[in-house]
Design a binder for this molecule. Structure first.
Ligand code: MLC
Ligand code: AMP
Length: 490
């Protein structure tokens, strides 16, 4: 199944219906119908075609949430392009790697962000592109596509440092969106407040596709800002909200007289991308009168497991396999373990990506007999509810953004005076975890401020160690592996 026929239920069938609003200045909204989105993306598709883009070509975007991301996604689906979303917080090292690996024809970005893009790729400034597209024909342009047509290359950090591009197909996005719309009973009557970034699958695969498939109404914000949340909820009156736990934790700061009316209008609040602490689930229920639905997914697989819409939403668990997903819990010998026993979560289904971009080695390691090994550790109860308990790798998740310590450690080790370095996640009330670096240094040479400056120029802000803890030696096993669990509290 390809995406365009599913989008057309809104783009063509609901052409006159209000689709989207975006704040352009305080108290000023830009509003669009589905028909407007159809015409805008047709014009952009004509322009991209005129600039030489063909099916299978990569086109990257490095943008905050704005309507042009939606235009690009729709034009990409129409032309069979492979869209490469890039996290706007990424800096030199991350950007250089993605641009070299994906080899996009161009990176679409804003004037403010353009200076961060490496010079060896074409940069298309987004306002200029939109202005030029406005002169193109508004008639539909499209190429044939099917479920196997690649739609996106989304970078997800690898355990070995450099991130890998997951090749997600039109069929992956179609399956995921249709399943969620059905499972969560989303209809054209819903109002969806979208504050998640569109460069990650939570906002993109779930948010954008649930909206376009159901034909509901969307309020898109540039990003989540907790100081504005009360105003957004109050003005827009959403029935749907998808967030990472850090957002729900921020929402607990609102006073009961503000929270209650918000909760009474909220038909469904979904949390994912990181563990939602059971006490946050409970406090949110008490404050808002709304029971959060927690679900579990990954860039490589989109959504796998979720608490039921109509049944028990059990705090601390991710619920039951979604309609299209088979789930196994396996031990180190790849054997399926009995209920109640901890193991690695394996998944299989039309949601799982086609593999890693130009990385047959990594693809071979991640799949086993047609099953995708998630690297997440979990346990299934006798009644089928699955609880995640950790990860096989030492991935840190901060505010829903992933950090692989190895990548940070490698750069710290390159700095003058650093003999040993390790990075671990320490608990943080809002973001779940934040990174802290433990270093063994030559005190006469090591310059912490200079190291911080290098890290800031090379990596996203959420990857910056919140502290450097100096040690005489790192605790290691007899084989020399750092024993992160034995590190003292920072
Ligand atoms: C965050 N920041 C941004 C930003 N988002 N800056 C610019 N644009 C954005 N879109 C930066 C801030 O500048 C700040 O930097 C830091 O992040 C925290 O910002 P904050 O305003 O203090 O926000 P906070 O209340 O802490 O909340 C953070 C957050 C953010 C929730 C807004 O963590 C976030 O947007 N998370 C969503 C991540 C996501 O979409 N994950 C899905 C991955 S897909 P500094 O310098 O102060 O640190 C996946 C699969 C699945 O995992 O299952 O879904
Ligand atoms: P990403 O690579 O950004 O797609 O992140 C995927 C990872 O986020 C998964 O492998 C999990 O470790 C984690 N994750 C997603 N949803 C949940 C959840 N509900 N609870 C715990 N971890 C989650």
């Amino acid at each position: 199944m390809s995406l365009l026929p599913l989008f057309d239920n809104s783009l063509l069938q609901r052409a006159a219906q209000p689709a989207l609003e975006i704040e352009t200045a305080p108290a000023s909204l830009a509003c669009y119908t589905f028909g407007d989105l159809e015409v805008r993306s047709n014009r952009l598709a004509h322009l991209l075609r005129a600039r030489g883009l063909q099916a299978g070509d990569r086109l990257a975007f490095f943008l905050q949430n704005r309507i042009e991301v939606i235009d690009l996604w729709l034009a990409g689906a129409k032309l069979g392009l492979i869209i490469v979303p890039i996290n706007v917080l990424y800096r030199e090292r991350e950007l250089t790697h993605i641009v070299r690996d994906a080899a996009p024809t161009a990176v679409v970005t804003s004037r403010e962000l353009a200076g961060l893009i490496p010079s060896d790729v074409a940069i298309w400034e987004v306002d200029g592109l939109t202005a030029e597209a406005a002169a193109q024909p508004g008639a539909r342009i499209s190429v044939p596509a099917d479920a196997d047509t690649p739609m996106a290359l989304i970078y997800t950090s690898g355990t070995t440092g450099a991130s890998k591009g997951a090749v997600l197909t039109q069929g992956n996005f179609a399956t995921n969106g249709l399943t969620l719309v059905t499972a969560w009973a989303i209809t054209s009557a819903d109002r969806y407040l979208a504050t998640l970034p569109l460069f990650h699958v939570h906002g993109l695969a779930n948010g954008l596709h649930c909206w376009l498939f159901s034909g509901c109404h969307l309020r898109l914000t540039e990003r989540f800002e907790h100081a504005k949340a009360a105003q957004w909820f109050d003005e827009y009156r959403p029935s749907l909200f998808f967030g990472v736990p850090a957002m729900f934790i921020r929402l607990l700061e609102l006073p009961p007289e503000v929270a209650r009316p918000i909760g009474s209008r909220l038909r469904l609040a979904v949390s994912g991308s990181a563990p939602l602490p059971a006490e946050v689930h409970e406090k949110f229920r008490q404050l808002y009168g709304s029971v959060i639905l927690e679900r579990y997914g990954m860039t490589e697989t989109l959504m796998n497991i979720g608490n039921p819409y109509s049944g028990e939403r059990r705090p601390g668990t991710v619920g039951l396999p979604l309609a299209h997903v088979a789930v196994r819990i396996c031990d180190e010998a790849n054997a399926v373990v009995p209920d109640g026993t901890t193991g690695e979560v394996w998944v299989k289904g039309p949601n799982v990506c086609a593999g890693y971009w130009r990385r047959p080695d990594a693809t071979a390691t991640a799949w086993s007999d047609g099953w995708f090994r998630t690297g997440d550790i979990g346990v299934r109860a006798a009644d089928g509810y699955i609880t995640l308990q950790g990860r096989r790798s030492d991935l840190i998740i901060s505010g829903g953004f992933n950090i692989y310590p190895r990548e940070i450690e490698e750069l710290i080790l390159e700095q003058p005076g650093v003999r040993e370095a390790t990075v671990v996640g320490v608990p943080d009330v809002v973001r779940g975890e934040v990174p802290v670096a433990y270093v063994v240094v030559d005190g006469a040479v090591f310059d912490e401020a200079a190291t911080v400056a290098v890290l800031r120029s090379q990596f996203a802000s959420f990857k910056q160690p919140k502290k450097f803890v100096r040690m005489d030696a790192l605790p290691r096993t007899a084989l020399g592996k750092v024993q992160k669990r034995l590190l003292p509290a920072p």
